[in-house]
Ligand binder design. Sequence first.
Ligand SMILES: Nc1ncnc2c1ncn2[C@@H]1O[C@H](COP(=O)(O)OP(=O)(O)OP(=O)(O)O)[C@@H](O)[C@H]1O
Length: 341
Amino acid sequence: MSGAALEVEHLWKVFGPRASRIPGSPEADLPRAELRARTGCTAAVRDVSFTVAPGEVFVVMGLSGSGKSTLVRCLTRLVEPTAGAVRIEGDDVSTMTPARLRDLRRRHVAMVFQHFGLLPHRRVIDNIAFGLEVRGESRRDRLARAQEVVDLVGLTGNEQSFPDQLSGGMQQRVGLGRALAADPSLILFDEPFSALDPLIRRDMQNEVVRLHRDMGKTMVFITHDLSEALKLGDRILVMRDGEVVQVGTPDEVVGAPADDYVRDFVSDVPKARVLTLRWLVRDPGDDPVCDGSPLPVQTLVADAAHRVLSTDLPVRVVDGDRTLGVVHRDDVLALLGAGPR
Ligand SMILES: Nc1ncnc2c1ncn2[C@@H]1O[C@H](COP(=O)(O)OP(=O)(O)OP(=O)(O)O)[C@@H](O)[C@H]1O
């Protein structure tokens, strides 16, 4: 397929002796523990395929050990895949020479890690400029670019500080700034905010939302935190034991979980704040319909509640000019009662 920012096809990463014999073999289908017992190998990533569109925020979510970090490291071959293909803007990463791969990591793909990976003896401005230095840009150009990014990520006034003089949240802003300085087309985030306390974490999530809105970069974001996934993701891939369990928009994952694992994950979500009227719309049948203004189908149930609950009649739901059906007050009430509000 052309036009995708990232395509991953039948990707495998198996750790252990003679790992390459596992993909495609009968053992490949064994549960992880059994595979390990029989072959000494761990299949961290098993036959994973997905496509990310330009400008999309694609979240990979799963419990600890589900293979998220290994998957994201395979994308630029920080971990060498065992089988399968990765293409970034159409370029096949699997067959790149070491020189092309270096260029890919310096110019096109940036990574933000949980442990910021900052250089402790360098000031903030030089940490942000570091990637530009590595790729040979002049001191003047890289400092000018770094200063732009300092302002963008909210570090103005801290340019001359050293990393250990900053809080965790501020250090992660430096990590974010370093990633943005190179003006990459793809940014990979590996649990970047997991070590931050909840309020700072929320600030940083908002920061990513803002940066994405302003810059429109394609992002792949790894997290084990569902609320983070729902907040940031245009789509979410749920992983378990190295495999893809579900790929969908936040409201698809919450509204139609693929199995009990996903259902468990989303059980505490305030559904009315994630699901749109699409999930409640029904055939109007012969019911009389409330004749006030109709509701657009994209409305969140929580936002539609006041209007729907203010009448005993079903309310019409539309997609543009087209009537899709009606929403009943009982369905809204049931959803408001499902999970914390
Ligand atoms: N270098 C390695 N050698 C052997 N096994 C590994 C290696 N790296 C990861 N694994 C195994 O692969 C599986 C997936 O690990 P991975 O770190 O990718 O999961 P994760 O979802 O990112 O978890 P976490 O959030 O805890 O990092 C685990 O069972 C892990 O033990």
